[in-house]
Design a protein around this ligand. Sequence first.
Ligand code: FNR
Length: 385
Amino acid sequence: MSDQPVNTLLQPFTLRGLTLKNRMVISPMCQHAAIDGQVQDWHLVHYGKFILGGAALVWTESTAIASDSRVGIADLGIWSDEHIDGLRKLADFAHSNGALMGVQLAHAGRKAFSAPLWEGGHALSPDEITRSEISWRRVGPSAIAASSEWSTPDALTVAEMAEIRQQFVDAARRADAAGMDAIELHYGHGYLVASFLSPHANHRQDEYGGTRENRMRYAVEIATATRAVWPSNKPLFVRLSCIDGVEGGWNLDDSVILARELKAAGIDVIDCSSGGLSEEVKRSNVPRGIGFQVPFSAEIRNSAEIVTQAVGLIVSPEHANEVIATGQADLIAVGRAALRNPYWPAEAYRKLSDSDGFEAWPERHSAWLDKRQPMLRRFVGDEAN
Ligand code: FNR
């Protein structure tokens, strides 16, 4: 038996100047509900539910750093100062209710502009995007389409890459002005930076292509530039697709090496996702199962000695707790489990702490729930859990 104390899902966790009240995080989830990138009532209610639900940190959906390269037409945006006030409402509500709020910064690259899942989730055709009357562009390291479904992107020039790097920096400044506690750079799911990492998408002949070191260069440059403007007391996360899941693609060894480089560049946490490079790859890649991405987190945490966030089909509090207790991750992000029940973290607290009270709920609710409990127990016995 080791003398090391065992961590739990319910323990606080400190990252730079920020203390998360527990290890539970709400994963970024696109809502396709914004107008010109602006926060709407939908977002206040949607994120508000998670803020009240007991998670320590709530991520915004992928929030576009550039108007012309959003994941979907109705993504949240942070490409102009006009977006700051709306985002501040989310951060303020989180702070006044005991949670932290982070923003995921994204440039969708060659996979810009897809339809919401309930409309099929397909790549929008040039005609469909043009009808929305916004300027748009698909770009990547090379003129290689994500799959037959997607139009061929323009290969970025080095000058254009510098402009996009600056868009990340400007977005970080705005995120700070909006009171956000953390930033996550979206380097996963086949979007711009992920496409630079993968030899399948990146055929460049310059210093950004070819060797792994070259393919990682842009990712590290963006991280370094963002860290330079992001306050030193606030953490920076990177969401990585730890593997492409295809022969000859980006793999876990690559991710460990990149994680070390990113740590040196001032990144605090690797959020371990996978896949999404192209639609064909998506169908053939990483076998799904409960906690299927946890082994990526464990490997990166232990080999690169960096804090990790595990995500992906983590559905029970007991499993989430075990992932933390066995040192496979420091934080657990849940997505769909929280769509089903925004109080997933509060329920997890109640279950794992064997608490009989509702202290993980907002006090406006918990006082009433606590008062009801003995009565319920009298009427329905142990079912009144
Ligand atoms: C997502 N996911 C996602 N990931 C991301 O990095 N940025 C995003 O904006 C989105 N958008 C999104 C929308 C919706 C509705 C879902 C369900 C998912 C992926 C998400 O963050 C998470 O990694 C996966 O859903 C896997 O975790 P769960 O849902 O199994 O806990």
